[in-house]
Design a protein. Structure first.
Length: 283
């Protein structure tokens, strides 16, 4: 189908982009990897596309004492190509390898993925699992929103129509942290039927502390699994504690049934993915 007619603007600053977004029924255009199909299917017909291509300052990857900050226009291939991230945030580096296919990784962006809020997407899942904080800029200035509060449902966020995501901060990653990322998709590069990002620190007695287990593809939004985390936290990593966490996770999720997989299958996948992710972490 042909796209519905729209106006086009290519601002060079965040302030101009925000003003344009607020001027009418407008949509930001980043890599176009979700927006263009949506327009082509006429699921949306904005009056104005605000192309972020020339907006300055949104494509930086900054690694400092606060953690890793990804600008909204950072693409998957930028993350893949930045060798520093394998040390500064190995969980992110691993998860992004699973995003889509080569061509899409060359254009798809962090900001577009967060704003699109697909429940099976890797970046939103990593953001929630890692307690990331998003910066949103609107006409009244900037606000910070925890990733856990940003996602409100499938393709739903708290982003206002005249707000732009400018960056996301993943808090600092201790070197000794144990982590694992596992997902299952029918073909490599497809959206995950279910995926797990897990990490924990080890206390002086050798027990798991600060356990975080996040799930994608098995809920209406990315989320942490509090019961699974509690089942593992405070215990030494062992086949028993890992199995207990995996079982708790499978009972805790409420996955959808859709054309890709029934709910029971996704629930079983969650159990297996938690087991594999924590086993990888423990090794
Ligand atoms: C065939 C295919 C397979 C895919 N597989 C995967 C996968 O396995 N895993 C995965 O995670 N993703 C996958 N994707 C999604 C892809 O990786 C992109 O992340 C996603 O489509 C967002 O694209 P984009 O960055 O080009 O944003 P766009 O398509 O340009 O925009 C997406 C939405 O975000 C809004 N937006 C964009 N930038 C901002 C901003 N800075 N502030 C506010 N709003 C903004 C737009 O208005 C639009 O609503 C797939 C996509 C395709 C087409």
């Amino acid at each position: 189908m042909k796209l519905a007619p729209f106006q086009y603007a290519a601002p060079t600053t965040v302030a101009e982009a925000v003003a344009l977004l607020g001027s009418c029924d407008a949509k930001a255009l980043s890599g176009g990897q979700s927006l263009m199909p949506i327009l082509a299917f006429r699921l949306a017909a904005p009056e104005l596309l605000v192309d972020l291509k020339h907006v300055q300052g949104l494509d930086r990857i900054v690694i400092d004492a606060t953690g890793v900050t990804l600008g909204a226009k950072v693409r998957w291939c930028d993350i893949e190509g930045d060798a520093r991230l394998a040390v500064a945030h190995p969980l992110l580096a691993e998860a992004i390898k699973h995003v889509a296919h080569y061509q899409i990784r060359n254009r798809g962006t962090v900001g577009g993925s967060l704003a699109h809020a697909d429940p099976a997407a890797e970046m939103p899942g990593i953001a929630v699992a890692c307690d990331a904080v998003l910066t949103l800029v609107g006409p009244k200035g900037a606000r910070k929103v925890a990733a856990a509060d940003f996602f409100e449902g499938a393709l739903q966020t708290c982003l206002a129509p005249d707000e732009l995501i400018t960056e996301v901060l993943l808090p600092v990653w201790p070197k000794a942290r144990r982590w694992g990322f596992q997902e299952f998709a029918r073909r490599r590069g497809d959206f995950a039927l279910a995926g797990i990002a897990a990490f924990y620190d080890v206390d002086s007695e050798g027990r798991a502390a600060n356990t975080h287990i996040g799930v994608i593809g098995a809920s209406d939004r990315p989320r942490r699994l509090a019961l699974a985390e509690a089942a593992f936290d405070g215990k030494p990593a062992s086949p028993d504690s890992i199995a207990a966490a995996a079982r708790a996770a499978s009972l805790e999720v409420d996955p959808p049934s859709d054309i890709h997989a029934p709910a029971d299958y996704r629930r079983a996948l969650v159990e297996t993915m938690v087991e594999r992710a924590l086993t990888h972490a423990a090794r």
